[in-house]
Ligand binder design. Sequence first.
Ligand code: GLN
Length: 203
Amino acid sequence: SAKIGILSVQGDVAENASSLIASIADLNEDATVHVVKTPEEISQMDGLVIPGGESTTIGQMSLVNGSQKIIKQKVESGMPVLGICAGMILLSNNASDKVVGKTEQPLFDFLDIELERNSFGRQRESFEANISMDSIGISNFNGVFIRAPAISSAGDVEVLAKFNEKIVAIKKGNIIGTSFHPELTEDLAVHKYFVNLVKDSKN
Ligand code: GLN
């Protein structure tokens, strides 16, 4: 059965575990959910969610404990990854902050895209918006944006959704990123899509 991991350094780990477990049950799939941190744990996974949280912390810890290397190896050899908010920042090779400008922080460097952190403002500027990702069959999704990043330049990556002219969801092959937090809504569409992607890549 497929093993789906949630990178558990910091951030929205439990919420993603609940959404994945509910998605697997709804889809009636043969898959299990694992909270992972060490290179050994990550090496067993068939898919990985990098949750929202603080991208500098998650990136730094992953570098220090050696998991960055195995995550890179696995994603580059096709393991599906879903990067949410801070997780989407980590997918990129280039991040800056709306307020402080270019940031020096460890990134996984999967996508040649430019990320702007805190693109919609600070915590108190958090908001929800109706998001559609028609090319992957998801519409009217309630996007929860919390100190959310946006993509300022997407290169040859597929743009799944924009909000207020800003790119807020992207896909390239096995790699998906969202600015918003699907684990904070009842709608399981994004997690279900990811479970199917993991299942398909395993077959
Ligand atoms: N602003 C955070 C960062 O730059 C991301 C916020 C989030 O994941 N909700 O890491």
